[in-house]
Design a protein around this ligand. Sequence first.
Ligand code: ZN
Ligand code: FE
Length: 253
Amino acid sequence: MKLIPIPAFSDNYLWLLEHNEHTLVVDPGDARPVLEYLNHHHRSLDAILITHHHPDHIGGVAELKRRFDCPVYAPADDRIPIRDITATDGDQLSVLPDAPAFQVLHVPGHTLTHVAYVHDNRLFCGDTLFSIGCGRLFEGTPEQMWQSLQRLAALPDETRIYCAHEYTLSNLDFALAVLPEHPDLLAYKQKVQDRLQSGLPSLPSIMAIERRLNPFLNCHRQDIRQAAEKHCGMQLDSEVAVFACLRQWKDNF
Ligand code: ZN
Ligand code: FE
């Protein structure tokens, strides 16, 4: 099993998974770099998985489907024009032969129909969870996104997280505004900077790191709540209220 990040647009990763001679791609927003990779490695495509309807996640689906006629797995959503198999919360999808199933989690917040896929301790979470951050709330409420993130955070420590964007460094700058000079955040930032300077992605992240360092997963913690209360200038009585304040703070950061 091999995971390949295919960079696209300014900061997307289209994640390609190779298992024996089979290949799938998650959220191919652009067909061209995927086709280039497949041609170069003499592979064809066996499946496409979609997390949500935004163009940078589905833009290449029609072209790839035309070339390979492979099944497209996607949540039920009219804004996703091509779908062969509906991905519904709780499904265990057998996508590739002799490979573990892909478990579907409905994670509303960034969009209302957004899903994540869990496969063999790997999480493909689209724009829901980022390393040290989370997606913007385009459609859902803070309550929905908080619940979705809690669900993802309940996955095992060793889960590797394949986010759809390289946002880690800017997320770290925000986290360091919430918790200035936090030594673990500073250490992680150094590590991420080193990787990016070597031309490597900061991803995948690991759930143990996110649970410890991602402010959006730690709205129950007192240091995070106090920072949020100071920024928003009011008392925040629930984890959701802290989350909503953090998300708004980050939107304008
Ligand atoms: Zn999106
Ligand atoms: Fe996106």
